[in-house]
Every structure is written in structure tokens, then in C-alpha cells.
Design a protein around this ligand. Structure first.
Ligand SMILES: [Zn+2]
Length: 300
């Protein structure tokens, strides 16, 4: 691939232990490592005394205990949720048993797609319903912190980033991570929305990103730019495959993902499907029938 994405994976931490990352930022990482979560879900704590929590994580009592230990003697006043994948939001229900703090999110799983008339009924935490629905530009204020909500659909249709305004620090959830591209899996995942949400970040002046998974990103714009160029390369690869007569996604994946282990092919296929959907929307590809993994595609 021509585009080099400046990945970083190194991170010093211990499961169950709280790391202080700045005067207003702390993090506890859940013990749910995987090829999709790297070391696990990073739950952030904003402020001191009266704090906000971002993404309580999976339904893991040990992680919620660790989070409560980290804020002992303090009060959780707000629970912010970037999106409703099962490694991010199910911990809210466990936390409710220990805290009265209301939850804030764009909406339940699939909310952004439902507004477009597309129901999304799988692949997420279907039980989560936020106490407060938030929208782009909303500001949430607490003890010694304030947060701006930045709507960034693409990875999911309800994905929100949160900027800690005092630090110009953007909590990017799974929208931008320093160690991996984001999975864009239709129908809830949407490549056109994802690309717009990347462009949106280029217009902003965030100083640092704190993704849910992996280390912080202290020079964010070159990384965002690289992700945009990487997706454009993927689009070019798809058009090249189709131009050579490979019009089926399952056949494209091994050609396009030469350095990806085979067990990741299903996830890669979902990303190709998202890119194909985007190319059809743009009129650069024609689909013989409904757009799906088994569909067949040709150049216009
Ligand atoms: Zn996710």
C-alpha cells in the first residue's frame, strides 16, 4: 500500500489499575483484549470530585469495580457513551446499580440509521437507551470540566466524540484510533458518513485524541489525513479488481488484504462492502442487484 499510516500501539497500564493521564483525565482499561479492542476498552474519567465517565465498557463486574475504586470518595455525575457496541455501553447497566448518574448518547443502537428509515437490529448493545439524547454541538458541563459533543457517524450511526474543552482533548471512541483503522460494517456502519466524519475532524483544532482502544494520538491531523487517503486507496483497489473482472467481494478480499491474517477476512469483507456501497452511491460502481456480500459489481 502506498499510504503509510503512522500507527502506534505501545501503552503501559495494568488491568484494574487507574492511570492518571492529565489533571482532568484518568483511565481504567477493561480486561477484554481482542483483535478488535487491542488491550481492551479504555474507560475515561473526566474531572475531579464530580466526574464524568466515558464508555463504562463491556458488562464486566470486575471492570466496574475497578472504575468505582478509581473514583472512591468522588461522585460520578455524568455517563457519556460514544456508541453502542458491546465493548462500550453494556457497562452502563452495571454502573446504574452503584450510581444515579444519567447516561448521555446520540440514541440507542442504530438511531442514526433509523432516522433515514433503515432499521438496524443486530451487532450492537440493543438494551441500551440513553437517559439524555445529545446532538452535535451540545455542551455538557460538570464539576471542573465541560464537554462538547461532536457527532461522528460512520463506525456506527450513533457515534459521538467528546471534546474536553479545557484541554482541547477529543475522546474519539472507535472513530479514530492510533493502532488500527475503524471497522465500517453496513448496515449501521456507513462509509460516506465515516469519510464526512473524518473531514469534520480536519476542520477542528483538537490538540490530542484519546481513543477508546490504544494510546493517545498527539499529532492527530496527519493520522486523520492518512485514514482518508487509505480509504481512497481501498476504493481504487476495488475499482481495479472490478476492472479486471473480479466483481465479487469474497474474491476481492484476499487480493486487497495481502498482509491481513485470514481470520480477519470476514471483518475486511464488511469494510469492502461498506466501500462498495459508497462507490455505488457515487455512481462509480454498478450493482447487479441489492448491495450485499454476495452481490456482483461492474464498472458503469
Ligand atoms: Zn465500536
Amino acid at each position: 500500500m502506498a499510504v503509510q499510516i503512522p500507527y502506534r500501539r505501545e501503552l503501559e497500564f495494568g488491568y484494574g489499575a487507574m492511570s492518571r493521564l492529565g489533571p482532568r483525565i484518568r483511565r481504567v482499561i477493561a480486561d477484554n483484549p481482542s483483535p478488535f479492542t487491542l488491550y481492551g476498552t479504555g474507560t475515561y474519567i473526566l474531572g475531579n470530585g464530580e466526574v464524568a465517565v466515558i464508555d463504562p465498557g463491556p458488562a464486566d463486574p470486575a471492570h466496574i469495580d475497578a472504575l468505582l475504586r478509581a473514583v472512591e470518595g468522588e461522585t460520578i455525575t455524568h455517563v457519556l457513551v460514544t456508541h453502542t457496541h458491546t465493548d462500550h455501553s453494556p457497562g452502563c447497566a452495571l454502573l446504574k446499580a452503584h450510581s444515579d448518574a444519567p447516561t448521555y448518547a446520540y440514541g440507542p443502537h442504530g438511531a442514526g440509521k433509523l432516522e433515514e428509515g433503515v432499521p438496524v437490529e443486530e451487532g450492537g448493545d440493543m438494551d441500551f437507551e440513553p437517559d439524555h439524547q445529545i446532538r452535535h454541538g451540545d455542551v455538557i458541563e460538570g464539576g471542573d470540566w465541560s464537554v462538547e459533543c461532536v457527532y461522528t457517524p460512520g463506525h456506527t450511526s450513533n457515534h459521538m466524540c467528546f471534546q474536553l474543552r479545557e484541554d482541547k482533548a477529543l475522546f474519539t471512541g472507535d472513530h479514530v484510533m492510533g493502532w488500527s483503522t475503524s471497522i465500517i460494517s453496513p448496515p449501521d456502519g456507513d462509509m460516506a458518513a465515516y469519510m464526512r466524519s473524518l473531514e469534520l475532524l480536519l476542520q477542528r483544532d483538537d490538540a490530542v485524541y484519546w481513543p477508546t482502544h490504544g494510546p493517545c494520538i498527539d499529532d492527530p491531523k496527519p493520522l486523520v489525513q492518512a485514514f482518508i487517503e487509505h480509504r481512497r486507496e481501498r476504493e481504487a483497489q476495488i475499482l481495479e479488481c472490478v476492472g479486471r473482472g473480479v466483481g465479487n467481494i469474497r474474491e476481492m478480499v484476499p487480493i486487497m488484504y495481502t498482509s491481513t491474517p485470514e481470520f480477519m477476512y470476514p471483518a475486511a469483507g464488511r469494510s469492502v462492502l461498506a466501500a462498495v456501497e459508497y462507490l455505488v452511491q457515487k455512481g462509480e460502481l454498478v450493482s447487479a442487484g441489492p448491495i450485499s456480500l454476495d452481490g456482483s459489481y461492474r464498472l458503469p
